[in-house]
Ligand binder design. Structure first.
Ligand code: ZN
Length: 303
């Protein structure tokens, strides 16, 4: 060993250990909700980064070079699947990271164990709008669906870091308890509004509506992903009046003006709910997400 090498080695040995590359499992997720799930199970054994935030429309994410780098450096990639995060494919391809490519040790699609709604039965074509051939992909908006998602993530984390299996299982069980008691509270709050009819901007809320006993009677978009036309708006206003709909639910990234015009002319009101963690300020976790959305809904339905 020459002198320079020896010096480098000596310096390295004297430095604090935290300057060395992290030994944490690097996880990249499609959404901030999935990042929260990975965090609650993986805790300090993982380093999680979400490629999107809840204030972005998850159907239309523009892949960026910085995202490719995140995927390139990841040991594990967690996606929603069902074609919602189809934009992730170009990132995976560009990253050339075989670990997180389909079939790789770190590739996770959490939609596998979900009971899917609105799976098309007949032929699907472009005239139907942005239709998802595997069914409606907004399944994380039913908090019961968090369970199969968490289970899938748990399995993969244990597979990747087998020595931490017990730790991950303990965190998973503790979180499930918290989630279960939160679901009881949310359901209780929503109980008085069972059967209430609502209109939503995009068809993002069927899983949520089903869980909490709401009835979806119409959408501001005539078809998923298609902006409203004047004739559709006219018929929707009539429908809202006829069905006595009190609220129109929209996500933060849609145009408020359109929904407000419909609300004004139909004597209903618009509420902005968050589809994911980070969609509205202060929503930092999946539990925050439902706390916020349920409280907001209850507040608008009771008047
Ligand atoms: Zn959608």
């Amino acid at each position: 060993m020459n002198k320079i090498m020896l010096n480098i080695l000596m310096i390295a040995l004297l430095l604090p250990t935290n300057i060395f590359p992290s030994t944490k499992l690097k996880v990249v997720t499609a959404t901030a909700d999935l990042a929260d799930f990975v965090r609650v199970i993986g805790m300090d054994k993982v380093e999680v980064v979400s490629l999107t935030s809840g204030n972005q429309d998850p159907h239309f994410i523009e892949p960026r070079p910085s995202m490719v780098m995140k995927v390139k450096n990841a040991d594990m990639l967690v996606r929603l699947g069902m074609d919602l995060d189809i934009w992730m494919q170009s990132l995976i391809d560009a990253s050339r990271n075989s670990k997180v490519s389909y079939g790789g040790v770190g590739y996770v699609d959490v939609s596998g164990k979900i009971d899917k709604l609105e799976v098309p039965t007949g032929k699907v074509d472009a005239s139907m709008g942005d239709i998802h051939i595997f069914g409606n992909p907004h399944y994380w908006l039913d908090p019961e669906n968090a369970k199969p998602i968490l289970e899938t993530i748990l399995k993969k984390l244990c597979y990747q870091l087998p020595s931490e299996t017990e730790y991950f299982q303990k965190n998973y069980k503790e979180y499930l308890q918290k989630l279960d008691s939160a679901i009881v509270v949310w359901k209780k709050k929503m109980e008085p509004y069972s059967g209430e009819k609502i209109v939503t901007y995009h068809n993002s809320w069927p899983y949520f509506a089903k869980r909490f006993g709401l009835s979806l009677v119409g959408f501001v978009e005539p078809k998923p992903g298609i902006p409203p036309t004047p004739s559709h708006i006219v018929s929707l206003i009539e429908k809202i009046k006829r069905e006595k709909v009190k609220v129109i639910v929209m996500e933060p990234y849609f145009i408020l003006k359109v929904a407000e015009t419909i609300a004004e002319q139909s004597r209903s009101k618009v509420i902005v709910l968050s589809p994911s963690v980070g969609g509205i300020e202060g929503i930092k976790t999946y539990l925050d997400l439902f706390d916020y959305n349920i409280n907001k809904l209850v507040e608008s339905l009771k008047n």
